[in-house]
Design a protein around this ligand. Structure first.
Ligand code: ADP
Ligand code: MG
Length: 198
C-alpha cells in the first residue's frame, strides 16, 4: 500500500454539543459521506475541560492566529474589536470554548480521502456563521456572530470542529483516538474516485 497517496489523508471532525442537541449528527455525516470521504473512526463521549484545552492548544500558533482572525472579523465589518491584543482575545475565548465543548456530549470522527483536510474545511465553512458560505454546514445551519457571542460572553456555536491543516489533523487525531480505533476497510467509492485503470 502506497500510504503517501493523497487518498490516505485523514482529518478530525468533532460534532459539538449544539450539533448533537439540534439533531444534526446524521446531516453532518451525510455531507462528508456523500462527497466520497470515508469514515474511519467515530465515537460518542463527554470531554473533560483538560481534554478540550489541550485540543485547542496542540498548535502553539493557535492562540495568535485565532486572535488575529477574530480581530479581522470585526475590522472587516467596520466594527471596533472589544480587545486589541490577539492573545488577550484567545485567553477569553479558551474559557468560553471549554464551557461550550463540555456542555454536552461530543461525536469525534476521523474522515479519510484525497485532500480530506481541505475538502472537510470547505464543506464545513468559515468559523463565523454570519459570514460562512451558503451550502456549508456552518452557513446552512447556524445564525451566530463574533459580535453576539462577545456581548453574551460565550463561544461561537458552529456545530462542528474540523482540523485546519494536515499537521493539525495528525496531532488532533492522536489526541482523540488510539491507533487501534482507526479502522481500515474498502468502500465502493474508492474504485471510482482513485482507480487509474477505470
Ligand atoms: P475553526 O473551528 O473554524 O477552526 P478556530 O480554531 O479559530 O476556528 O476557533 C475554534 C472555535 O472557537 C470556533 O470553531 C468557535 O467555536 C470558537 N471561536 C473562535 N473564535 C471565536 C470568537 N472570536 N468568539 C467566540 N467564539 C469563537
Ligand atoms: Mg481551528
Amino acid at each position: 500500500m502506497n500510504i503517501k497517496h493523497p487518498k490516505h489523508e485523514q482529518t478530525l471532525v468533532i460534532i459539538k454539543p449544539d450539533g448533537i442537541a439540534r439533531g444534526l449528527v446524521g446531516e453532518v455525516i451525510r455531507r462528508y459521506e456523500r462527497a466520497g470521504l470515508k469514515l474511519v473512526a467515530m465515537k460518542m463521549m463527554r470531554a473533560t475541560p483538560d481534554l478540550i484545552e489541550k485540543h485547542y492548544t496542540l498548535d502553539p500558533e493557535w492562540r495568535r492566529v485565532t486572535g488575529e482572525k477574530t480581530i479581522m472579523g470585526y475590522l472587516d465589518k467596520g466594527l471596533k474589536p472589544p480587545v486589541e491584543d490577539p492573545l488577550q482575545v484567545t485567553a477569553i475565548l479558551l474559557g468560553r470554548l471549554v464551557k461550550y465543548m463540555t456542555a454536552g456530549p461530543l461525536v469525534p470522527m476521523v474522515w479519510q480521502g484525497a485532500h480530506a483536510v481541505q475538502i472537510v474545511r470547505k464543506l464545513t465553512g468559515g468559523t463565523e456563521p454570519l459570514m460562512a458560505a451558503v451550502g456549508t454546514i456552518r452557513g446552512d445551519f447556524v445564525i451566530d456572530s463574533y459580535k453576539m457571542t462577545d456581548d453574551d460572553d460565550r463561544s461561537i456555536r458552529n456545530v462542528v470542529h474540523a482540523s485546519g491543516s494536515v499537521k493539525e489533523a495528525q496531532d488532533e487525531i492522536a489526541h482523540w483516538f488510539k491507533s487501534n480505533e482507526i479502522l481500515d476497510y474498502v468502500t465502493v467509492h474508492e474504485k471510482y474516485l482513485y482507480d487509474p485503470e477505470l
